[in-house]
Design a binder for this molecule. Structure first.
Ligand SMILES: C[S@@+](CC[C@H](N)C(=O)[O-])C[C@H]1O[C@@H](n2cnc3c(N)ncnc32)[C@H](O)[C@@H]1O
Length: 237
């Protein structure tokens, strides 16, 4: 993802602009804690709670932030209606998420957006950077997709580590072998190319996200950054 850091920069620009320099953040579907890492480097007075359901990624995240009292992690499935009850704080200045919610189909994602109304404090912000496009331009989108695929192939041919090789390295790491085993039995084994794929009816348009957030009770929602394949949507309560 060539513009990965750029989306984090805009995400943190918007966080700072809307809720200041010492926010309490929920890093939703945090993976290895990538957003929390950028957040604390830029805003050292911030605090963060990461939530995810993958034992291997949570093990990496816990190791990375070991001893940092500003950071906590929660193991929860954000499609479970009761997940907010597992959080250490009731509401958050900002809920931030990246490259994660495309794993949810339209129904569970609509439910999640509905529940976020209680998790984001009044005047707080929700920011979602993910695969989203403007579907009104199919030829442009097809050309952009083909270009991205060609670049990916070229990078792999030049020796870049792919998803399967990354998970193989995790499984071979003595400290991570056990959480990796739990991950594979709970969520599937990404080293198997026929492994888990995002659902077919996942929302792909930026407009869908904006409309659904407004319907869920957010006062305003708009796109604040985009590339040809991804966008960052901000919503305030
Ligand atoms: C591609 S990672 C992105 C992580 C991080 N935001 C980043 O940009 O590096 C997507 C994350 O979503 C998490 N995830 C997917 N479905 C989830 C669910 N139902 N509940 C909690 N986490 C989920 C996965 O476990 C994974 O860590």
């Amino acid at each position: 993802m060539p513009d990965r850091e750029e989306r984090f920069r805009v995400m943190l620009d918007m966080t700072e602009a809307l809720v200041g320099t010492e926010p309490l953040v929920l890093d939703l579907a945090c993976g290895t804690g990538t957003i929390t890492d950028r957040l604390l480097r830029r805003l050292p007075g911030a605090r963060s709670v990461g939530v995810d359901l993958d034992p291997a990624l949570l093990a990496i995240a816990r190791g990375h932030f070991d001893g940092d009292e500003r950071v906590r992690f929660v193991n929860a499935d954000i499609t479970d209606p009761d997940w907010p009850a597992l959080l250490p704080y009731r509401s958050y200045d900002a809920v931030l998420t990246a490259t994660a919610l495309h794993w949810l189909a339209a129904g569970p994602l609509t439910d999640l957006y509905g529940r976020l109304g209680d998790v984001v404090r009044e005047d707080g912000v929700f920011l979602n950077a993910d695969h989203m496009t403007d579907e009104s331009a199919p030829r442009i989108n097809a050309a952009a997709r083909a270009h991205t695929e060609a670049r990916k192939e070229a990078e792999l041919a030049a020796g870049a580590q792919d998803w399967v090789a990354w998970w193989s390295a995790v499984a071979d790491d003595p400290a991570l072998a056990e959480p990796a085993r739990r991950r594979f039995s709970l969520l599937g084994d990404p080293r198997n190319p026929s492994g888990v794929k995002p659902p077919d009816d996942r929302p792909t348009s930026t407009d869908w996200h904006i409309r659904t957030l407004l319907r869920a009770g957010f006062a305003e929602a708009r796109q604040v950054w985009c590339s040809h394949s991804d966008a960052l949507v901000a919503a305030v309560r």
